[in-house]
Design a protein. Structure first.
Length: 510
């Protein structure tokens, strides 16, 4: 186990880098920051020229790969780091220098246990993308198929493990101070980050996620997922179909190629809603760099390292919340928050509904380009504080992805209204899930399951209460208070009584 002194030394080193980029100023001024943390920040600022405008993303890139991934996770937590910091951290795109190809070649051959020329007809030595955890090279298989090879950076597992251990230690110290920072549950944030990272460090998990998503999205013909080459995929190497399309970040090229921008935006919104609400399994990193438009107008997603899951009950609640916000039914939205336990029961439900109305009404019916996301987030975070709402990590990931999808859709079509596109889909899904037919089907399924379990239930009851034997049933025994044996005199009294009862029973029997 790493000593606390090592964690403190790492934190001080990272704090110096953050201080040089002005990334600690907001934390230092926040009245909720514990005094010991403020003292650590003051030490980090000694001899440092603090820039006027904080550069959060640049600071995390300077610290290293693990910090880049942490920064991407914190970009989903504006309630924890502030809206300004979260917005700037969203710039993190993993753009770091690639590992030399000789090292990558050795890693591929060691992982796939064959020489490179027995696996691929050709591999381009120049990386087409280099991220904090892995880098990608274009290649052609022996049977002539163009593919992309994703390879983990050597030594990345140990580097991530060291950093995460310190993140966990720091989060535990911060949460121990209690108050506002404890309500935000930083330890749970780091635990969620650890889960994301472990998935990304096993490329077979990423391949499985892509395969599962492809099965789910078969119902959405306008959205595609690259096929996985399982024979050339291991824990450290992922080989998948090469995507020959235009990135959604290149709007001018999309227009020049004749793509319908409104159709692309609507397809993206529908695809995300189908993943999140209908299937409960969604791509949680749908930024412009991970989305391509093919010649036939279909959208394709790549990079399946961060995926989200939401169970059926949470999806029902989420769909009802979205539908309630779209239609202005704030009473129902408030009721769901209390049913789900998101708001503690000691608060007033009607007051919560009024607070939601204050946030929802100013933006309802407006096009996305006219909505101030900053003001909306400020309003929502004020509600979470006022009503003691604890963080729900699975919903935060979903909310972050929804904001990301909204941003990409707005870039494609500035006049799109995500709520209008979402409304019919959410309404239809709710009707299918909560309508009379769905209710009857659910009752029938539950009752049939109970009938199937009845024989086993009877057998367990018989095992617990066997039929009486030849001996007559014992007489009823009176209720007797048991004396605790904690004190010495009580123990002696109980021992004496037990001895007397035992002697009497022996005399009666003989």
């Amino acid at each position: 186990m790493t000593r606390p002194a090592t964690h403190i030394w790492r934190l001080l080193r990272w704090a110096r880098i953050l201080a040089r980029h002005g990334a600690l100023r907001g934390l230092e001024r926040d009245p909720n920051t514990p005094a010991p943390v403020r003292r650590l920040i003051k030490i980090a600022h000694i001899g440092v020229r603090v820039p006027t405008t904080p550069r959060y993303a640049d600071a995390f890139q300077a610290i290293g790969p693990a910090a880049i991934k942490l920064g991407q996770a914190l970009a989903t937590r504006p309630d924890l780091v502030g809206e300004e910091a979260a917005h700037d951290l969203a710039r993190l795109q993993d753009a770091i220098p690639p590992v030399p190809f000789a090292t990558i070649r050795e890693a591929i051959e060691r992982s796939l246990e064959k020489p490179l020329d027995q696996l691929f007809a050709s591999v381009e030595p120049e990386a087409i993308g280099a991220a904090s955890i892995a880098q990608v090279h274009r290649a052609v298989t022996l049977d002539g198929r163009p593919v992309a090879i994703k390879v983990l950076r050597p030594g990345i597992e140990d580097e991530m493990a060291r950093a995460i251990e310190t993140y966990e230690w720091a989060a535990a110290q911060a949460e121990a101070f209690g108050g506002e920072i404890a309500r935000l549950r930083p330890r749970l944030t780091i635990a969620t980050f650890r889960q994301w990272t472990l998935r990304e460090l096993d490329l077979r998990r990423e391949a499985a996620s892509a395969s599962e998503l492809a099965e789910h999205m078969a119902a959405e013909p306008g959205f595609a997922v690259p096929a996985i080459d399982w024979t050339r995929t291991t824990r450290r190497v992922l080989t998948l179909e090469w995507i020959d399309g235009i990135k959604l970040s290149k709007r001018a090229e999309l227009i020049a190629a004749g793509h319908d921008m409104r159709a692309l935006a609507s397809c993206l919104v529908r695809a995300f809603l189908r993943q999140a609400i209908e299937d409960g399994f969604f791509h949680a990193d749908l930024h412009q760099g991970n989305l391509f438009a093919l010649r036939d107008g279909r959208l394709v997603a790549i990079d399946f390292g961060i995926m989200g899951r939401v169970n059926r009950q949470a999806r029902l609640w989420l769909a009802e919340i979205l539908h309630g916000l779209i239609t202005g039914n704030y009473d129902r939205v408030a009721a769901i928050h209390f049913e789900a336990g998101y708001v503690p029961a000691h608060h007033n439900q009607a007051e919560f509904a009024t607070a939601l109305r204050a946030v929802g009404e100013p933006i309802r019916g407006l096009p996305v380009k006219d909505i101030s996301i900053g003001q909306m987030l400020d309003g929502l975070f004020a509600i979470t504080r006022d009503f003691d709402m604890e963080t729900q990590p699975h919903l935060l990931l979903l909310q972050k992805t929804m904001v990301m999808v909204e941003g990409v859709a707005t870039t494609l079509d500035p006049d799109i209204n995500m709520w209008e596109v979402a409304g019919p889909f959410v309404k239809e899904w709710l009707r299918d899930e909560l309508g009379p037919e769905a209710w009857l089907a659910e009752r029938l399924r539950a009752n049939l399951d109970t009938l199937v379990r009845l024989p086993d239930l009877v057998r367990r009851i018989e095992a617990r209460y066997p039929p009486p034997g030849a001996a007559p049933p014992p007489p009823p025994l009176p209720q007797v208070e048991i004396v605790g044996t904690g004190g010495g005199w009580r123990y002696a009294a109980v021992a004496l009584i037990s001895a007397i009862v035992g002697a009497a029973a022996s005399w009666l029997l003989h």
